[in-house]
Design a protein around this ligand. Structure first.
Ligand SMILES: [Zn+2]
Length: 189
């Protein structure tokens, strides 16, 4: 009988008050604390669930947006990290296409935005470098060299160069043309 009177020193998990527990599994100092703790736990669980639902909804929304050809300004802002002002500027400059379905109902073409971000400047630079190389010593002919090599008179050579938009470079009294392009055209004939 004396055993039932055993008290276990504890700290309430809800109000942090020290108390004497009646059993080893008692966690709260009072029924009221136990109830409050239960309510709090339920609230947390509910919040967690709501967060998960929201997250799921959001990822569904992103997935859905990614299948749509036209998206709203707000969606574009989130997806591409571009400000509203910038988006409107891009529309104005014709860089991205848009349709206006009414006030605050502008829709922008997603593929235009994608293209903006996938545009690679490297090929352009490569082309430029290639063009510069074309005029390096040893990579070009003078016009008279072309005439000699291909046994064509200068006016024919000039005409062919003009017709094929072959780049020329004038250095002093000499006009240089890229060997590669000339050989392609004259050898091809
Ligand atoms: Zn308590």
């Amino acid at each position: 009988m004396g055993f039932s009177k055993l008290k276990i020193p504890r700290v309430c998990e809800h109000c942090s008050k020290p108390f004497e527990a009646k059993t080893v599994i008692t966690r709260f100092c009072s029924v009221s604390c136990a109830n409050k703790a239960g309510k709090e736990r339920k609230k947390l669980e509910k919040e967690q669930k709501e967060k998960e639902t929201l997250l799921k909804k959001y990822s569904n929304k992103i997935a859905e947006v990614q299948t749509r050809e036209f998206i709203s300004i707000a969606e574009a802002k989130v997806m591409y990290g571009i400000s509203k002002d910038t988006l409107h500027r891009l529309i104005k400059r014709g860089i991205i296409s848009s349709v206006n379905l009414g006030v605050r109902l502008t829709r922008v073409k997603r593929s235009d935005l994608d293209a903006m971000f996938t545009e690679v400047k490297v090929p352009y630079q490569k082309e430029k470098i290639q063009e510069e190389n074309e005029f390096e010593v040893g990579n070009c002919y003078t016009l008279s060299e072309v005439s000699q090599k291909y046994n064509a008179n200068p006016s024919t050579v000039s005409g062919i160069i003009r017709k094929n938009n072959i780049p020329k470079k004038k250095v002093g009294s000499f006009v240089y043309v890229p060997k590669k392009r000339i050989d392609e055209i004259f050898d091809g004939k």
